[in-house]
Design a protein around this ligand. Structure first.
Ligand code: ADP
Ligand code: MG
Length: 331
C-alpha cells in the first residue's frame, strides 16, 4: 500500500495543529472542511479578527501569547453578543524560515485557550508570506434563534455598564514602546507588569456571555477604546449617552499613571485592546445582571445613562471631554 505524498505543509499541520483539533467535527484536519451542528433552535454567530506582526503585536512578543490574543479578540466579540463559543478556523501566513519552536509555542498557547474557553479548532489554512506573520481567526458561537445582542437596541433611560477596567492595555502599549514611562508614571513594578500583561493577553468576558444574553438591551465589545465603541453603539441605536468619567473603572496601575500624568485619561478612554463589554439595560434589570456578574467573577460598573439625542458625552467636572482621536483606527 502506498501513502499519498505528504508535503512539508501537511507535516506542519499534522505536527502542530492536528493535536489541537480533537472536536469530532474537525475530522482530525483530515478533510477539506469541518462540520458544526448548532443546537436545535440556535443561530450561528460569526466573527473574524486577526493580528499582524508589527501592527497588532511586536515581532518579539512571546509566541504563546500571539495565537491566544487573536483567539481572544474573537471570543470577546462572541461574549459581547451573548454567544457561546462553538469553534474557530485559523488562517496562518508565516514568513519562510519561521522556526519550529516558534510554531510549537504558538500552538501550545492556542491549545490552552481552546481548553479554557471550550472553543474547538475546526480547521484553517497555512501559507507562506513575503510579509510579516499574520494570524487570522474566524470564530463561531451560538445563541437562541433571533437573540444575538445587538448594538442597535439601546433605549433612553437604560443604564450603561462596563466590565472590568478600561485603558490598561493602551497604557501597556505605551510602556512597551517607551520603557522609561514606568518610571515617569512612578509605577511600582507590579503595576507596570499589570499594564503590560493586559496588553499581551486580553481577558475576554465569556463568563458573562449568558448574562449579557439574558439582561442586556444592547452591547458592544470594547476593542477600539471605550469612547469610540460607545459612540458606535449610541449611533446604531439612535440615542445619546452621558458617561460620568469619575465612575469609569480603572486599575490601580492606570489610576497611578493618571495621577502622575492627568492627560493620560484620554488614552485610557480612547485607546484600544480592552476586550471588555459595554452594555445598556433598563435599570430594573441591573440587580439581576449584578448577581450574575458576581457569580461569574466579572467586575461590573455602572458608568452612565442612555438619553434621547445623539452622541456619547464623557463628563468630567461638569464639562464634556473632547478627544483628539476618539477611537483606535487603522486608517
Ligand atoms: P486546501 O489544500 O484545501 O487548502 P489544506 O491542505 O490547506 O487544504 O488543509 C488541509 C486540512 O488542514 C484542512 O482540514 C484544513 O482545515 C486544515 N488546516 C490547514 N491549515 C490549518 C491551520 N493553520 N490550523 C488548523 N487547521 C488547518
Ligand atoms: Mg489550504
Amino acid at each position: 500500500m502506498s501513502h499519498a505524498r505528504e508535503s512539508a505543509e501537511d507535516r506542519l499541520i499534522a505536527r502542530y495543529f492536528r493535536p489541537l483539533a480533537t472536536d469530532p467535527g474537525a475530522f482530525a484536519l483530515g478533510d477539506d472542511a469541518a462540520v458544526v451542528t448548532p443546537p436545535a433552535g440556535c443561530d450561528l454567530v460569526l466573527t473574524t479578527d486577526g493580528v499582524i506582526a508589527g501592527v497588532h503585536f511586536f515581532p518579539d512578543d512571546p509566541p504563546e501569547r500571539i495565537g491566544r490574543k487573536a483567539l481572544r479578540m474573537n471570543l470577546s466579540d462572541l461574549a459581547a453578543k451573548g454567544a457561546k463559543p462553538a469553534g474557530f478556523l485559523l488562517s496562518l501566513a508565516l514568513p519562510r524560515g519561521t522556526d519550529g519552536a516558534w510554531i510549537a509555542a504558538f500552538a501550545a498557547g492556542l491549545g490552552e485557550d481552546i481548553a479554557q474557553y471550550g472553543c474547538p479548532l475546526l480547521g484553517g489554512d497555512t501559507d507562506h508570506t513575503p510579509g510579516p506573520v499574520s494570524v487570522s481567526i474566524a470564530a463561531f458561537g451560538t445563541v437562541p434563534r433571533g437573540k444575538m445582542v445587538r448594538r442597535s437596541t439601546a433605549k433612553p433611560g437604560d443604564t450603561v455598564v462596563v466590565t472590568g477596567t478600561v485603558g490598561d492595555a493602551a497604557l501597556g502599549v505605551k510602556m512597551r514602546e517607551d520603557a522609561s514611562l514606568a518610571k515617569r508614571w512612578r509605577l511600582m513594578p507590579a503595576m507596570a507588569r499589570h499594564l503590560e500583561e493586559r496588553y499581551l493577553l486580553p481577558q475576554p468576558r465569556n463568563a458573562l456571555a449568558e448574562a449579557v444574553l439574558h439582561h442586556a438591551a444592547a452591547a458592544i465589545d470594547v476593542s477600539d477604546g471605550l469612547a469610540g465603541d460607545l459612540a458606535k453603539l449610541v449611533e446604531a441605536s439612535s440615542v445619546a449617552a452621558e458617561i460620568d468619567v469619575a465612575r469609569v473603572p480603572l486599575s490601580d496601575a492606570a489610576r497611578a499613571a493618571i495621577g502622575a500624568e492627568p492627560a493620560l485619561i484620554e488614552s485610557v478612554l480612547t485607546g484600544g485592546d480592552d476586550y471588555e463589554i459595554v452594555m445598556t439595560l433598563p435599570p430594573q434589570k441591573l440587580p439581576a445582571l449584578r448577581a450574575a456578574a458576581e457569580a461569574a467573577g466579572v467586575p461590573l460598573t455602572e458608568i452612565g445613562r442612555v438619553q434621547a439625542g445623539q452622541g456619547a458625552r464623557f463628563m468630567l467636572d461638569g464639562k464634556a471631554l473632547s478627544f483628539a482621536r476618539p477611537s483606535y483606527s487603522h486608517f
